[in-house]
Design a protein around this ligand. Structure first.
Ligand SMILES: [Zn+2]
Length: 277
């Protein structure tokens, strides 16, 4: 769920609209020119590389959250990646070009909700892709469109969700549809908050109580001589027993207090730190 604009000079020549569900991104002589480099908008695997009649040199990347990004009209001979290559966010994949059916040099940039390449599965990059501090937006583009900005302070980690993951819903409440699931330790960027719900992308909300400022550390229960290891509701031997753990169990530590570790962040669940390795 972390995407960055694929070029460092951002100028929208053609916005996302019903007849063109993608952004056409232009260029400037002052920032890399007609062949400015194109970078992977997020980590993932290259799943498509083809010179289309219309799209010219086109690349698609399947991202770790299931979304697909597409880059078209790339310069001949500039493409640096191949199908099945793993890419990281910000890796250079090629240069802007004018291959295929075009009126000028530009990057046609499209996003798909999942690996189903059809019009109805497309997402608006403007509300799903972040502008980073080091990227420049053309002044006219900036006046005309609302961008979302990446901000370190808004980065949170998902914690304490079960194996199924945390539900991502289309709105701020359990009455909205589940559109995705995210696993513990996934990074999200919080854009807005409403009644204990956090907005992490366009039409994507998660319950705020499962978000933490830190990456919760995993530890393994070990060295317990008389199992089980009691989980207590206070960082004290006087706390009430609220659960049990056994050697080999894995827990996440959210907080420590004296010689005690808190192994949940939604309820008071404490164990003696000396049995966590
Ligand atoms: Zn286009």
């Amino acid at each position: 769920m972390f995407t960055r604009y694929p070029i460092n000079y951002i100028k929208i020549n053609q916005p996302y609209q019903e007849s063109h569900k993608a952004l056409d991104l232009g260029w400037s002589d002052n920032y890399g020119g007609k062949n400015q480099p194109i970078f992977a908008c997020d980590a993932g695997k290259v799943i498509y590389k083809y010179k289309q009649t219309k799209g010219g040199n086109t690349i698609r990347i399947l991202h770790d959250d299931g979304k697909v990004s597409e880059y078209a009209h790339m310069q001949d001979g500039s493409v640096l990646v191949n199908v099945n290559d793993r890419v990281n966010l910000g890796d250079k994949i090629g240069n802007m070009g004018n291959t295929g059916v075009v009126t000028g040099f530009h990057l046609h940039f499209a996003l798909y909700k999942s690996n189903t390449i059809k019009e109805s599965n497309k997402l608006n990059p403007l509300t799903n892709v972040y502008v980073y501090d080091d990227q420049v937006i053309d002044p006219n583009t900036k006046n005309k469109y609302n961008f979302i900005y990446y901000n370190d302070k808004n980065v949170k980690y998902i914690y304490n969700v079960d194996d199924e993951g945390l539900n991502v819903r289309s709105g701020p409440g359990t009455q909205y549809n589940i559109i995705n699931r995210l696993q513990t330790s996934s990074k999200v960027n919080v854009l807005d908050n409403k009644n204990n719900w956090s907005k992490i992308a366009d039409n994507s909300w998660v319950s705020s109580k499962y978000l933490s400022n830190d990456i919760p550390k995993y530890k393994t229960v070990s060295g317990v001589t008389s199992e089980p290891l009691n989980v207590r509701n206070k960082a004290s031997i006087l706390g009430k027993k609220v659960g049990k753990l056994f050697n080999g169990d894995r827990v996440q530590v959210y907080k420590t207090k004296g010689s005690w570790s808190k192994v949940s962040n939604v309820s008071e669940r404490w164990v003696s730190s000396k049995y966590l390795k």
